[in-house]
Design a protein around this ligand. Structure first.
Ligand code: ADP
Ligand code: MG
Length: 703
């Protein structure tokens, strides 16, 4: 296939009205280098040039208005250095002022007294009257051409506007570009059967219409087509890579159902597994018995019992003569896992090692030896695990707990730890909405533990403001009198660390005053403490020696004190939804009814209010993640920042789930029928993907 992509690959300087200087500015300010970049610089909004608002109806600073009227006066006022141009625009209903502080001289000359103009912009209230500052303005007569259809509005920057490259001028360039492209230059890449199945318009039309739609209907068609294309290409990239991985990557073959797993299941399992736990284990087994290297993400809400799934998977590895490791994001968690798993493993007589940053040299040496010669079949630790010095005899399975604290590089480093790439099981309690999982982790298999162990009562959540503090203290006393324990958590955000620290200490003091010794004991844990002190305080609380734990978010992830039934979150409005949900997961771990109390100030933003309401209404981590995605957009979701994958031009993962689903299913269908894309109807797509791969993200680096 060959074509001559002339306009699209030409530098923008070749367009009329763009000299070298403007070209450089467009490149610097908007990263527009050539025709193709400009083609993808989609309008962010469209103005319907057929509709005008009467001047007297302008009354909202949040809205854009389009006005049509006669210029009745223009005046340059102010000092020579701070000149401004004030123009009065009049229609049948009233008069409004238009003001410019820049380009005053030029505008003063070009705006003509007594002529009819179309003005577009956002009003502002000034001296209790509305005016427009720096609106778009154009002679009404000149506008005739664009009066049919929707007019594109492009994003620009201050610098570009100063050089005459506001939205209007950019529209002139896109017009030139779009009318200069022939359909050969923008050939169809989607197979005909896909276009038919989803009734998508052609690629060439879509790109013309996205800039210059005739009407709403055309615009919608163009948008749907381009979103589909973006998401489809994304999924093709991911799934092809995964297909390649599945065909070629060999991992350890863990086939035998050995004595340890059997013995454990038959005699030592402390509870019966939930159906969800069983299902996930089956999914894991399905991967590892054939030795296809597994990359599996297990999503399970806090308390859903991921640790047991990890342990049983580890036994599968050991039964086949391999070792297993578990990596946790913090030292506290690593130790807690060490204790839990040591307890599980004891009746089987399996040795477990613990390696963290604070493991002393004297203990480290024998530990590293035992790992290297295979005497220690399970190693638990922090990031210290993936240091060069740690060498396994035969690593078969690596479990990574709380993956969101864990990046790309770490996963790659784990791969280096075995002669064969070990199987990888990633456990996360931060549920990721399906849409994100598909795009972000598309190359991972996903298992979901969607069931809590029986007998758990959902945590009751309530939202109070600070004036109810005494009432809350009363409630704490009641719970403590029943023998329960309470967390009180304060935010700690780096930028305002000092203030936060003060809040924490003030809060601690008032709690100590309200809960005095010797009747009560209060623990405190925060980031400024030494690791030993933190550990000591945590242990006291875990053993029940203290009733109240005042802490910053260091306790966020994973800590397990089943007797704690109350989680009080101070300044809850400062936490994101997923963090709130994580914190709430620290209670409700035993059989007792547990409570989560969100304390906030009186005044809340709408968004904060939505967060509080969501927490009160649901305990379902997936629902919470969906709301979080809607509120914050995918760019801010935990774990997504580093990937860069989510910068779709048009598709919005919080809105376009149905299109994503269709795109994914189509990609799967296509690849299962023609995995190497050898059929003639897939040639154009294959060619496009090969071009794209050269220039874009390496999908294997995601997650
Ligand atoms: P998480 O998924 O948050 O890591 P854990 O593995 O820490 O959850 O499990 C939470 C608690 O539930 C632990 O005390 C664990 O012993 C218990 N648990 C796990 N699975 C079951 C089960 N099937 N039945 C009863 N209790 C269970
Ligand atoms: Mg856990």
């Amino acid at each position: 296939m060959s074509f001559n992509p002339s306009i699209l690959s030409s530098p923008l300087a070749y367009l009329k009205g763009v000299g070298p200087q403007r070209a450089e500015l467009l490149a610097r300010e908007l990263e527009l280098h050539n025709g193709e970049d400009l083609l993808f610089h989609f309008p962010f909004r469209y103005a319907d040039r057929t509709r005008f608002t009467a001047i007297k109806e302008v009354d909202n600073e949040e809205m854009y208005y389009q006005l049509k009227g006669i210029v009745t006066s223009k005046e340059v006022i102010g000092s020579p250095r701070q000149k401004r141009l004030v123009v009065k625009l009049k229609d049948d209903t009233g008069t409004i002022e238009l003001v410019w502080f820049q380009g005053v001289q030029w505008l003063e000359k070009s705006i003509l007294h007594g002529q009819e103009y179309v003005v577009f912009g956002k009003p502002q209230l000034f001296n209790s009257r509305f005016n427009f500052s720096h609106p778009e303005i154009e002679l009404a007569a000149q506008d005739r051409e664009s009066q049919v259809g929707l007019f594109p509005v492009y994003s620009s920057t201050e610098k570009l506007k100063q050089r005459g490259l506001a939205t209007k001028a950019i529209a002139k360039l896109t017009k030139q570009l779009v009318s200069g492209i022939s359909s050969n230059e923008l050939p169809e890449i989607l197979p005909a059967w896909v276009l038919q199945k989803f009734k998508l318009c052609g690629r060439y039309e879509a790109f013309k219409w996205i800039h210059y739609p005739h009407d709403e209907e055309q615009l919608k068609q163009a948008q749907r087509r381009i979103k589909f294309e973006e998401l489809f290409l994304n999924q093709m990239g991911i799934l092809r890579l995964k297909g390649h991985h599945d065909r070629t990557e060999q991992g350890p073959v863990l086939k035998a159902v050995g004595p340890l797993l059997q013995q454990y299941l038959d005699h030592h399992l402390p509870f019966s597994l939930t159906n969800a736990q069983r299902r996930v284990l089956k999914e894991v087994r399905q991967n590892i018995i054939y030795g296809k290297q597994m990359n599996r993400l297990v999503q399970g809400d806090v308390g859903s019992g991921k640790t047991m799934v990890a342990f049983l998977s580890m036994l599968m590895a050991i039964d086949n003569g391999y070792q297993a490791c578990l990596m946790a994001p913090t030292e506290i968690l690593a130790k807690q896992h060490f204790q839990t798993l040591s307890g599980y493993a004891e009746p089987l007589g399996i040795k477990i090692g613990l390696l963290t940053g604070s493991t002393k040299a004297a203990q480290r040496r024998p530990l590293l030896e035992g790992i290297l010669n295979g005497e220690i079949p399970i190693l638990i630790g922090t990031h210290a695990l993936i240091e060069d010095k740690v060498q396994f005899d035969k690593l078969g399975l690596a479990v990574v707990d709380e993956q969101h604290k864990f990046g790309v590089a770490q996963r790659a480093a784990l791969h280096q730890k075995g002669t064969l790439k070990p199987h990888i099981l990633i456990m996360t309690a931060t549920p990721i909405p399906r849409t994100l999982a598909m795009t972000l982790y598309g190359d991972l298999e996903v298992s979901v533990i969607d069931e809590l162990p029986p007998g758990r009562q959902p945590v009751k959540t309530q939202h109070f403001n600070d004036s109810h503090r005494l009432q809350i203290f009363g409630f704490m006393r009641d719970e403590i009198a029943k023998g329960r324990q309470v967390y009180v958590v304060y935010p700690l955000i780096e930028e305002s660390e000092k203030m936060d620290y003060k809040d924490l200490m003030d809060g601690y003091e008032s709690i100590v005053r309200a809960f005095p010794m010797p009747q009560y004991n209060v623990s405190i844990v925060h980031g400024r403490q030494k690791a030993e002190d933190k550990e000591w305080e945590m242990q006291r609380f875990a053993k029940g020696e203290t009733q109240i734990m005042v802490a910053t978010t260091v306790i966020e992830v994973g800590v397990n004190v089943p007797n704690a039934t109350v989680m009080i979150i101070e300044s809850a409005e400062r936490f994101g939804l997923s963090q709130l949900h994580q914190l709430r997961g620290r209670v409700g771990r035993g059989g007792e009814q547990s409570f989560c109390i969100l304390m906030t100030g009186h005044k809340l933003s709408n968004e904060a209010r939505t967060r509080m309401r969501t927490m009160v209404e649901t305990n379902d981590g997936f629902k919470i993640a969906e709301v979080d995605l809607k509120l914050r957009g995918p760019g801010d979701m935990s774990g997504t920042q580093q990937s860069g994958v989510l910068s779709f031009r048009l598709a919005d993962l919080s809105q376009d789930q149905a299109i994503l689903q269709a795109a994914r299913e189509t990609a799967i269908e296509l690849l299962s029928a023609d995995s190497l894309m050898e059929r003639p109807e897939h040639a154009a797509l294959r060619y496009h993907l090969s071009l794209q791969r050269k220039s874009s993200t390496d999908w294997s680096k995601i997650s």
